[in-house]
Design a protein around this ligand. Structure first.
Ligand code: EPZ
Length: 422
């Protein structure tokens, strides 16, 4: 396993390119199953999760070719040989459940392993299943697998989500494109990744309206064609790297960044004393003074403050002036970074879904352990301004969602390197 060493090294300056969105790509890739014509994805991120999704699609008989160093993915589902997504792949990545809707819509059957537990929460898929049943799917849970059938094809239905689930909205949206009739999804997730998926499906010939709002309407069509689609910028990578100059000082331009992807996040940065301005090529971030103001944060579905930026924001607030209260409303167990930050001298009190952070003047470098994808990067951010060296172990978590972290941060002046623990 590898570790990352980071040492507080003063203000940062320069540019960081932001990649295509992992969480958009992970739903765009299964969309290939809806058509027998080629789907080409441009601006794909080079991440282990993308490689896992490629492995899963190949196991079904799809062709996935990685071009231009992984930034272009050429997909084809002309010859699907299996409709079963095995546990040994699904357990590596929960987004594997997103092949369920497309397989069912195109082939009338699918057998997909239940994803199982996850470090940050139980993360059931009941809303995914309820949505497909509303479109006429017959589902049976057996031996840890969902056995889904729609012998006469799916039919348009009315779906009203109890919670605006991102994945369930994506599964329902993809399945509805080939259903007979009209499907209306109410309380749909509004994330930019949903909008990106709808744009791609429309380019493939789908009839969709309302994406980005809480109500999406899909008129099913008989078949979908191919498309070439550019993956939307990763708003979570964007927000993560915006925090680097916020924590260290200096000025960094995030290439490809757009305010509308991170509006709620920018409001909190502004309240903390961080300035964000749009440039011709992205967003520039500086802090207005050396003192960060404490702010309260509550995570919500988009357009609220993203849960995927909660851990990173906590790293900033550890050295804010005053006390910040962070409420995690999306996942049950998403404060695993708190004990690690406390090893660095942070003062954090976690009570259930609420973390109270009392700012200290400076953190101290220490050996810490990554526990999940976003927790791992929050430890690196904390180490950027800590006194001395921080060693973050188990950085395989990081490889799932962040490409070239070391080169991107060292490129703006951070003292950071990756070493092998073996
Ligand atoms: C997506 O997960 C993202 N993953 C997550 O990013 C992100 O944190 C999450 O959306 C929320 O924004 C991908 O897009 C691959 P949800 P997803 O369904 O679809 C409960 C990262 O770090 N729920 O909106 O699984 C669930 O337990 C990852 O990149 C049900 O109860 O999120 C959770 O508490 C982490 N039943 C809440 O809803 C269901 O059927 C949010 O889940 C589905 C979800």
């Amino acid at each position: 396993m590898d570790s990352i060493l980071v040492t507080g090294n003063g203000p940062l300056s320069g540019q960081i390119p932001i990649a295509g969105a992992k969480n958009a790509c992970l739903t765009l890739m299964p969309a290939t199953l809806l058509s027998d014509e080629p789907l080409t994805l441009i601006n794909a991120p080079r991440l282990s999760d993308i490689r896992t999704m490629s492995e899963l699609l190949r196991s079904l008989g799809a062709e996935v070719t990685s071009l231009q160093g992984g930034q272009v993915l050429a997909l084809s589902s002309h010859d699907i040989t299996s409709r079963t997504a095995d546990y040994d792949i699904v357990r590596k990545m929960r987004a594997s459940i997103l092949v369920l809707g497309p397989l069912l819509a195109r082939y009338g059957e699918a057998v997909v392993s239940l994803p199982g537990g996850c470090a940050i929460g139980a993360r059931p898929v009941d809303l995914h299943l309820k949505a497909l049943e509303a479109m006429g799917a017959e589902l049976e849970l057996k031996d840890g697998y969902v056995h889904a059938a729609a012998p006469g094809g799916l039919r348009g239905g009315t779906i009203d989500f109890d919670f605006a689930s991102v994945g369930a909205t994506e599964n329902a949206l993809m399945a509805a494109t080939l259903a007979k009739g009209t499907t209306v999804i109410s309380n749909a997730a509004r994330e930019p990744e949903i909008v990106d998926l709808a744009r791609c499906l429309r380019a493939m010939g789908a009839q969709i309206s309302g994406e980005g709002t809480s109500e999406i309407t899909i008129d099913g069509v008989d078949r979908l064609g191919g498309a070439t689609h550019t993956v939307v910028t990763d708003r979570i990578e964007l927000g993560t790297y915006m925090l680097a100059p916020a924590i260290c000082g200096g000025e960094v331009e995030l290439l490809g960044g757009r305010i509308e992807l991170v509006e709620a996040f920018c409001e909190k940065l502004d309240a903390a004393g961080i300035s964000v301005s749009e440039t011709a090529s992205g967003l520039t971030v500086t802090r207005r003074s050396d003192v960060i103001q404490a702010v309260n944060v509550t995570t919500e579905p988009f357009p609220g403050f993203p849960t995927d930026l909660q851990a990173q924001m906590m790293a900033l607030l550890c050295t804010a002036e005053g006390t910040s209260v962070l409420e995690e409303k999306i996942f049950e167990n998403r404060f695993m970074h708190a004990p690690e930050l406390m090893r660095m001298g942070a003062e954090i009190d976690v009570q259930g879904g609420t973390a109270t952070v009392t700012g200290v003047s400076r953190l101290k470098g220490a050996p810490v352990m990554a526990t999940d994808l976003r927790a791992s990067v929050s430890l690196i951010l904390a180490g950027l301004a800590a006194e001395g060296e921080t060693r973050v172990s188990r950085v395989y978590h990081l490889d799932r969602g962040y490409e070239h972290v070391v080169s991107k941060l060292s490129g703006v002046g951070a003292s950071i390197e990756r070493i092998s623990d073996t």
